[in-house]
Design a protein around this ligand. Structure first.
Ligand SMILES: Cc1cc2nc3c(=O)[nH]c(=O)nc-3n(C[C@H](O)[C@H](O)[C@H](O)COP(=O)(O)OP(=O)(O)OC[C@H]3O[C@@H](n4cnc5c(N)ncnc54)[C@H](O)[C@@H]3O)c2cc1C
Length: 456
């Protein structure tokens, strides 16, 4: 079983590298190994009635399978170098933007046509933010929405399945160096290839570490983002979301001069559970279809924690905080902002009496027992700062879900071709630590595919 190229992981990185490889050379023999299920079989058992919280399936239907972690996401493709990863540091700013635009064209051609592209260019919101100590980052945002994102993935799968051999529910256990390339070892078989592209995302972070250890690839890791997901009536944020859909706003706190930022804004969206390696954290998404809109908008407020020597396990630190919320609340905890600032826990009655109806069934509790004080102080400060541009943000009934953790994969040492020191072995997408978003992960896949074909 010998292939020209084996791709490990069928998230956006894997999908777009396969797409570009097949487009540039139809004769290539390509296989994709994916730990999860095909798209149509990805069903999270949580139905809110019989199954109310995460039952820790063997592979998480939300995180694993064709489409990767992005399959049921909001499908926001941010075309920018200001956030979403540091791909531009490897390939240059112009190339990175060109590739993100190319990915956007493909998404449109495969079902995304008619979706809206938002832009921060020429907006008055930037000035309004600056006047209040807030900084709006520049970006164009294609919002596919969870529903259209699914259609695009379906269409891409139909295109790829004729040209690429898929192995679903087949986690790769080991990658070994061979005479002329690599061997990919699964539970029952061994497959060889000339080139190997690893694109295992955040859910594959622990496995990626073992690959780097086995193949002597240096890594570094020193960052984790910790915070909460905020949920409030959509009208409060409509001044931002109607014009920009998603705005990335950064605030420097007065107390500690820490940076707090908004992340993943979902107008009329829903708050959801996220399961990373068995730990339940919170995330959010929204549908393009108005029939599926909720009355609320949600977004995350995050603080980045960078660690210095001797501590190296930044993700372990984030996991411990998330575990604490899982221990206290059995999963995600929800608290009214008014309860948090008064130093009391939220309970079911207080949540029910509030004017914001939660879109996620989380356990009412006290986030101050979970989130470190300095981070929580920063989040509270930013909520008051946002209240100046979107009055009502700091209302008592605003809901905070915790914890939201953005785990960063350790950064794999790569050259400008995203190739490891083992020639022919490429690491792309979030699993490389280089990207943290749909557009950057997809762009990294296209980039490596082009490099491989042009050097064959
Ligand atoms: C709920 C949610 C909402 C999000 N919303 C957005 C958004 O709106 N915009 C945005 O830019 N980003 C969003 N993100 C982040 C985005 O989904 C990721 O940045 C993106 O999916 C990364 O792509 P990737 O291909 O690198 O990895 P992934 O999408 O994580 O794909 C990796 C794949 O590899 C597979 N895998 C892992 N280990 C192995 C193994 N050993 N063998 C075989 N297969 C393996 C996994 O099963 C997975 O399917 C969201 C994430 C979540 C969870």
């Amino acid at each position: 079983m010998k292939y020209d190229v084996i791709i490990v992981g069928a998230g956006p990185g894997g999908i777009f590298s396969a797409y570009e490889l097949t487009k540039l050379n139809q004769n290539l023999k390509i296989a994709i190994f994916e730990a999860g299920n095909p798209l149509e079989k990805r069903k999270c058992p949580i139905d809110g009635v019989k199954v109310k919280s995460c039952i820790k399936c063997q592979t998480c239907a939300i995180m694993n399978g064709f489409g990767g972690a992005g399959a049921f996401s909001d499908g926001k493709y941010n075309i920018t170098n200001q956030f979403g990863g540091s791909l531009y540091e490897y390939i240059g700013k112009n190339e990175a933007i060109d590739l993100m635009k190319y990915v956007d064209e493909i998404n449109l051609a495969y079902g995304g046509e008619g979706t809206r592209l938002y832009s921060t260019a020429d907006t008055k919101i930037k000035k309004m933010c600056l006047e209040n100590g807030l900084h709006l980052l520049d970006a164009q945002v294609r919002h596919l929405g969870t529903d259209i994102n699914y259609v695009v993935l379906e269409n891409l799968y139909n295109f790829l399945k004729e040209r690429v051999e898929f192995f679903f529910r087949t986690p790769v256990e080991k990658v070994e160096k061979t005479e002329g390339g690599y061997a990919v070892i699964t539970e029952n078989d061994r497959y060889e290839c000339d080139k190997c592209i690893i694109s295992v995302g955040r859910s594959g972070s622990k496995w990626m570490e073992t690959v780097c250890n086995d193949l002597d690839i240096p890594t570094k890791s020193n960052r984790v983002d910790i915070g909460v997901r905020v949920e409030l009536p959509a009208e409060i944020f409509s001044a931002l979301t109607d014009e920009l859909y998603e705005s990335k706003i950064v605030y420097r706190t007065e107390k500690f001069e820490d940076l707090v930022r908004t992340f993943c804004m979902n107008p009329h969206g829903a708050v959801v559970n996220e399961n990373t390696n068995g730990i339940v954290t919170v995330n959010g998404h929204s549908y393009e279809d108005p029939a599926k809109h909720t009355e609320n908008t949600n977004f995350a407020l995050l603080v980045s924690k960078h660690f210095s020597e001797p501590f190296k396990d930044s993700n372990g630190y984030g996991e411990s905080i998330a575990r604490l919320s899982n221990m206290l609340g059995g999963g995600v905890i929800v608290q009214r902002f008014g309860d948090l600032v008064r130093g009391r826990r939220s309970n079911t009655a207080r949540i029910q009496e509030g004017y914001v109806t939660p879109t996620l069934a989380a356990t009412p509790g006290d986030l101050s027992l979970v989130i470190p004080k300095r981070i929580l102080d920063g989040i509270i400060e930013m909520i008051y700062a946002l209240d100046k541009i979107c009055p009502g943000t700091a209302n008592d009934d605003t809901l905070l879900y915790g914890v939201e953790v953005k785990f960063y994969n350790m950064e794999v040492e790569l050259d400008n071709n995203l190739e490891t020191r083992n020639k022919g072995l490429f690491v792309i997408g979030d699993g490389s630590g280089v990207t943290h978003s749909l557009s950057h992960a997809s762009a990294s896949g296209v980039y490596v595919a082009r490099h491989i074909v042009s050097n064959m």
